[in-house]
Design a protein around this ligand. Structure first.
Ligand code: DGJ
Length: 553
């Protein structure tokens, strides 16, 4: 199980290049020793800095009703079994402010205490005005006072189960509670940094109406589109309808939700400027590219792929617009990641399927490697409560074991991974149906990755290892130096060759060291040779990590 690390001297992993890259970030180390977790951006890449080092959250999210001390206490054996370093836990407005202006911090204090005792970092999820396009987590004094805290109205004037984003009273009440939370965090976590990021609201936007048609909202809708938005989108002035035509309703709703959340986040950052993000219920049902209706098929006004530019203009206090990726295949997974990875937006995956069942999706363990390859700076499957190594019939659940293998393999190198990724040194390959081989190019060297079942044999599955049978082979290759690589994989084989044209030269493996990291230090456990290397480097389940020195003759 990975432990939070204090500052450590980085030895060789990727040598001097890395040291220099870090040096830039570390120049201020003295001044920033007690600095808050923060995002850094360099050469088009992002990383999350925690205690002065790049940090990769190998995370999971707890179930919606598991952010309570007693429930959470039951989950730690699963956290340990999955080898997480980060847990995402909700904070409920209804619990924290049961009566207006009266706050109960006992739960959040206990959540932090438990996380520290288990050496796990936290991402806190603020379940306030919005949760899955509804308002179910607001306190009862908000739910019951519909005069003071107005609901959205549909086109026909019906109130719905969603607070209006066009109401100062709603905004003021949520903001006050969120500021209280951030103030509390500053008080109890200002030095320790157990909490590394905060999600502001959950899958915001509205289910039940494309926008708010209340009188107040309608008046704004009939008015001029704000200059900030026009400038950001390069549009000419006009009313919402004139500027956005058929998309006016959804765009107006997105602007309203994003400006509301921006004000909450900005006020919270005044207390404690942790990285803040919003998560997104994808625009299409399960991510399929089909016609969908905002407010019907997905919450209207959330940070969906079609509204990212609006959100960026409206919500500068939000650092990341993050997709919750529940899609049925690898191709769609890649599409979604591409939509959300932008020069102005780090790719962070705060929710994805894995622990729960998801019809039609298998081999979820490959998604972490897909995400790392796409430059994700953090990853968290939803619902660790459902993690179990056996299924309902008592049979071994290799899908779940695959998820745990991922983190067990990568947890020791999580900090190195973040650093290598930030330096642009990491590529990955994953097995997909019908895909026999993938080639990863690193200038002079290429890594040919294949997924040969015969090489993952085990007696009980007739030649296939149980996890290989799920076709979720996965490999990460990181360049440590001109002729040196770190390779971590499961159910896959890797052959290095000289990138053509290689001329007269032949490639050779000089040494292949299996090992692991302890902190920043590489610990060799043995050398691979013979059957382990002759036909390629064979990474069988449950996975291994090697450092390879290459040469020519
Ligand atoms: C997405 C939401 O953001 C989560 O809180 C949870 O409700 C999951 N869906 C359930 O699948």
């Amino acid at each position: 199980m990975v432990r939070m690390k204090s500052t450590c001297t980085r030895l060789e992993p990727f040598g001097r290049t890395a040291a220099m890259i870090f040096a830039l970030g570390m120049l201020n180390a003295g001044a920033r020793a007690a600095d808050l977790p923060q995002l850094e951006h360099k050469d088009g890449r992002y990383t999350l800095m925690v205690d002065g080092h790049p940090y990769f959250p190998l995370g999971a999210q707890v179930g919606n009703s598991s952010g309570w001390p007693e429930k959470l206490a039951d989950l730690w054996p699963k956290v340990e079994a999955v080898h997480l370093n980060t847990l995402e836990v909700p904070v409920y407005w209804e619990q924290m402010e049961p009566r207006e202006g009266v706050f109960d911090d006992t739960v959040v204090e206990d959540v932090l205490r438990q996380a520290r005792a288990h050496h796990v970092r936290l991402v806190l999820l603020w379940f306030g005005t919005w949760k899955n396009g509804k308002m179910h987590y607001v306190p009862d004094w908000v739910k019951q006072d519909t005069g003071r805290f107005p609901r959205m109205k549909t086109r026909s004037g019906q109130p719905i189960d969603v607070l209006s984003a066009n109401s100062e009273a709603n905004l003021g009440a949520d903001r006050k509670a969120f500021v209280h939370l951030m103030h509390k965090l500053k008080e109890i976590d200002g030095e320790q940094h157990t909490v590394i990021a905060v999600q502001v609201e959950n899958e915001s936007g509205a289910l039940g109406s494309v926008r708010d048609f209340s009188q107040t909202a309608q008046k704004q809708f009939d008015g001029a589109v704000p200059q900030t938005l026009l400038r950001a989108l390069g549009k000419k002035p006009g009313t919402w309808k004139q500027v956005f035509g058929d998309d006016a309703d959804e765009t107006f709703q997105a602007w309203s939700v994003a400006t509301y959340i921006n004000q909450i986040a900005a006020a919270g950052k005044q207390e404690m400027a942790l990285p803040m993000y919003v998560n997104n219920w994808l625009k299409s049902p399960r991510g399929y590219p089909v016609l969908t209706v905002p407010g019907d098929d997905y919450p209207s006004g959330g940070p969906t792929s079609n509204m990212l530019a609006v959100w960026k203009a409206a919500a500068p206090a939000i650092d990341i617009l993050a997709p919750d990726i529940y899609v049925p295949n690898t191709a769609r997974y890649r599409d979604v990641m591409e939509q959300f990875k932008r020069p102005d937006n780090p790719l962070f995956i705060p929710e994805t399927h894995g622990f729960g069942r998801f019809p039609g999706s298998q081999g979820n363990a490959r998604n972490l490697f897909l995400a790392i390859g796409a430059g994700a700076i953090g990853f968290a499957p939803f619902g660790i409560d459902n993690f179990s190594v056996t299924d309902a019939n008592g049979k071994t659940n290799y899908e779940q074991i695959g998820l745990a293998q991922n983190y067990e393999l990568l947890a020791p190198m999580a900090d190195e991974l973040a650093a290598l990724q930030f330096a642009g040194k990491v590529q990955t390959a994953v097995e997909e149906p019908g895909l026999a081989q993938v080639e990863l190019s690193f200038d002079r060297w290429s890594a040919q990755v294949s997924f040969p079942p015969a090489y993952t044999e085990s007696a009980d599955t007739g030649g296939l290892s149980a996890t290989a049978a799920l076709h979720m082979g996965r490999v990460l290759v990181a360049q440590l130096g001109p002729d040196e690589f770190l390779v971590a994989g499961i159910d896959a084989r890797v052959n290095f060759r000289l990138t053509p044209p290689a001329g007269e030269k032949q490639a050779q493996l000089v040494t292949v060291e299996q090992g692991t990291y302890t902190g920043a230090n590489w610990q060799r456990t043995r050398l691979w040779n013979g059957d382990e290397t002759d036909a390629g480097l064979n990474f069988k389940a449950p996975g291994s990590m090697v450092r390879v020195r290459l040469g020519t003759y």
